[in-house]
Design a binder for this molecule. Sequence first.
Ligand code: RUQ
Ligand code: CUA
Length: 662
Amino acid sequence: MERRKFIGIGGGVVAGVALGAAGSSFGSGLATGGRLSAMAASHGLSGDEATAALQTAVPPGKYDPYYMFASGGHLGAVQVIGVPSMRLLKVIPVFGRDSFSGYGFGSDMGDGVLLGGSDPAKNAPLGWGDSHHPALSETAGQYDGRWLYINDRANGRIAMIDLADYKTRQIIDIPNTGSSHGMVVTPNSEYAQVSALTPRPTTADGYAPLESYADLYRGCSSWYHISPQTGRLVPEKSFQIELPPYSQDLADMGKLASYGFGFINSFNTELAVGGDLQKKPAPEVGATKNNFDYLHVIDWKQAEKVVAAGKYMMRNGMRVVPLSVAASEGILHLIPEPRNPHGVDVTPDGHYIVIAGKLDPHVTIFSIEKIKDAIAGKHYQGKDRYGVPIIPMDAALVTQVEVGAGPLHTQFDGKGNAYTSLFIDSAITKWTLGPKSGVTDKPFSFVKKVPVHYNIGHLAIPGGDTVKPDGKFMVALNKWSLDEVQKLGPSHPVNLELLDINSSSPKLLSSTPLGNSEPHYAQIINTDKLSPLKIYAAGTDPATMTKSQYAVTAGQERIERSGNVVDVYATLMRSHFTPDQIPATVGDTVRIHLTNIEATENATHTFSVPEYNIQATLDPGEALNVEFTVDRVGSFAFYCAQFCSALHMEMYGWLLVAPKGA
Ligand code: RUQ
Ligand code: CUA
């Protein structure tokens, strides 16, 4: 198959002219343009390709100005990628174990977080998740660089990552939610909203035959209160809104003009449940019969009031606003939207709500002013079967823009333009916003379609879903990397394409096949906004970010025995564990309280015990606990797996498990 041709790749001939032009923006270094041209020519690079390489270069000792926080699909992680270099800088384990960071291999931090997100009635702890939509915390509608939230598509969970140390701090298994999809944070991080994807029975045991789908299954929108101090999710201050059993898909929060509202797309207003063996339509057939599905408009400020007034019920420990209350109290309204849409995205000013058609070549644009007028005037076309008022599409509609086949997601550049990804066309369409966004010349018009590689899903612009996008770069997150890589066996990586959108015509800069799982969605933040720790304060327990009661300093190391419990207070420091001998008797419970007493950046050590499946990683200043039963007699050489010093090989000690009575 021939590789697609990208725009901007001209005749394939090195044009000294192009490099000369780039020279003006890259300063004196390119005074040697002749030499660079010769080098580009010897690499077979066109002028555009050579210019693009220079635009994405981050030389040694210099940093990327942006970080992309990308999800990791069924790897269950978050991936941090530098922009424009597109280097993978960090993988933060979230829903799955990770031996490199010692997450889920015996230390209390990872194990505790993973257990917290596992329903004990299920197969605890859950060992994997499908991380989908990362949402950075926001202040006044802009990323503030403090925390990151992400949902687990598979198990209906939500996680919180602290950007002080880039570690997962909390996972919650969301009650009354099977799988989840839409995940988004409100403009001042009041709430993290997660919408369920597949409705779930409201029965006590979570089971109901599909014949009772319409009556017993319900959708769910969860509003998790975020502690303004710690960023933690506080279930006691949170609530859920019961929704009709339409499959609620993506969500976005209103901002500025639409602050206080949330918007969730849906599909399957047909209430199809499959049944192919009984010759009933498969879900994808049954769920695409109607010409329209419903945009759900949620007034979350009103929901807060209704919850405060006690008009909720408790269901599995959560305060739930019943569907009938949501309908009668003005919390929930529906607006018809072209069938089976996918993304819903609110413009930076909050005036327009953009719905990507997926099966329709248009984006459909609603106005918050029109929606508010319709609600105020009770301008309804009726109610759905659950009594939820329906605003006529005409009453909310501003216009539709034809963008191409398979529109999925839209991001904004802060200069009055929108960019919509097209899954089927493998392209991105640039179009203009309308008068309320300051565009009076050719409002809502198609500007151009830019081809990208195969099957783009999401796209990401720095701050592209905030009130202040920084429209310099755009990343296309492509599902396939066919023809971009070779000789890797039958499974191919996903592919990220970086485009320059600073000039009027988007230009491809680089293609980065990523040897990891699918970055489903991503948000890109200016690194100026991030202020992580360099090292932990001495003896910090990362679970609480306070001093661990078990932390010790040099000289305080000891072993205490009481019955068959052995407490070991240990330190790690280049290149030694103290104590370096841990005697025990088979059957003992060993509790090892580890403190990395380094105060040097980057001086990470691990405590790795062979055969016991224990792997704890401790960053400078960190304190962790490892507890296990020594059920095997033997001499086990525990060691540090992180290459930390010239005497790293010597950084080991002995766990001596003697037979009983020895
Ligand atoms: S959705 S590829 Cu899971 Cu973000 Cu549109
Ligand atoms: Cu510490 Cu190697």
